[in-house]
Write a protein that binds this ligand. Sequence first.
Ligand SMILES: Nc1nc2c(ncn2[C@@H]2O[C@H](COP(=O)(O)OP(=O)(O)OP(=O)(O)O)[C@@H](O)[C@H]2O)c(=O)[nH]1
Length: 376
Amino acid sequence: MFSFFKRKPKEPAPVPEQPASAPAAPAPAPAAPLTTSPAPASVTPAVATPPAQDVQEVPASAAQPAEIVAAPAPAPEQKRSWLSRLKAGLAKTSSNLTTLFIGARIDDDLYDELEAALLTSDAGVEATLFLLDALKKKVKEEKLTEAVQVKAALKTLLIDLLTPLQKPLVLGQYQPLVMMIAGVNGAGKTTTIGKLAKHMQTHQQSVVLAAGDTFRAAAREQLTIWGERNDVTVIAQESGDPAAVAFDAVASAKARGTDVVMVDTAGRLPTQLHLMEELKKIKRVIAKGMDGAPQEVLLIIDGNTGQNALAQVKAFDDALQLTGLVITKLDGTAKGGVLAAIAKTRPIPVYFIGIGEQIEDLQPFNAQEFVDALLN
Ligand SMILES: Nc1nc2c(ncn2[C@@H]2O[C@H](COP(=O)(O)OP(=O)(O)OP(=O)(O)O)[C@@H](O)[C@H]2O)c(=O)[nH]1
């Protein structure tokens, strides 16, 4: 049910036929500029792959007016299945946050319990205090008297807090779109790349992968085998310069007119400064291969990491200027509140969340769905 948006060229407005004697038709109004306002969360693929000679390094939007067209809505049963799996995945975080409302009176004890529950869910001090303050104000202003109303008010506040994180990953804006993927060891980088590549393929996007995890030969082999099985070109090198692998992948995509390049990188801790420098170098070298690339720099975060995730976001963002996050392994974690911490402290778009190992377990982040699953 992965929802995509398609960017397609705008049809020129039809010019009505004029009789020879009629005054000249007025010049057509200039095409509306491509909207940059956030559309509903999703990945956004684009126009069909152009032939290699048409490959451009400027945004397609600059060359050709385009519009974003929503993909057809998913079948209701697929949507239900995702929502119920999301709910099941978030059950641990959810039970901490919801049981305290059962039969509760609205008093200091309730607020204390809620504070403890939010902190336990790793919402962090800043977001927790912000939510509690706003909630107390709302309870007073709206004269709420029932715990269930307080819970509903919390839901509204949480949706408001998380909605700025909801942003689509736009595909088709660049040829190719170059995505660099970073994160600590085991966060789910390679798995996420695989899932995204499959989703993109089903939406007629050609993909090339750069096996930039040159530390582990096994990682390179794993990606190469995966690519062979799934008909995705994988650029890998025996020798270990991840920046060179990324550069080659971009060159290959430009030559072949491939839509998307995803550059895998080896896992590293933000405290390993020389490895963070290596990431910066990979980014610089990609830019030498294509002006403005990588247009997307994603950090993959293990949802079980809790507050440490925030430290990761800050460190990787400082080093790489992240454009998006993917939060994996939200299934089975009690720390799903970390999204609130991110929203309050470093609101970088969360393009996708993962709740399992299957392809369909990675979906665009939707604040309303997420909070519904958390607080219902
Ligand atoms: N339960 C669960 N497991 C996941 C999810 N995403 C990834 N995994 C698992 O997490 C493990 C690590 O995933 P990888 O994709 O290898 O992680 P990585 O970041 O590439 O790891 P390194 O290459 O070691 O840095 C694998 O067993 C994945 O199947 C998820 O959303 N839920």
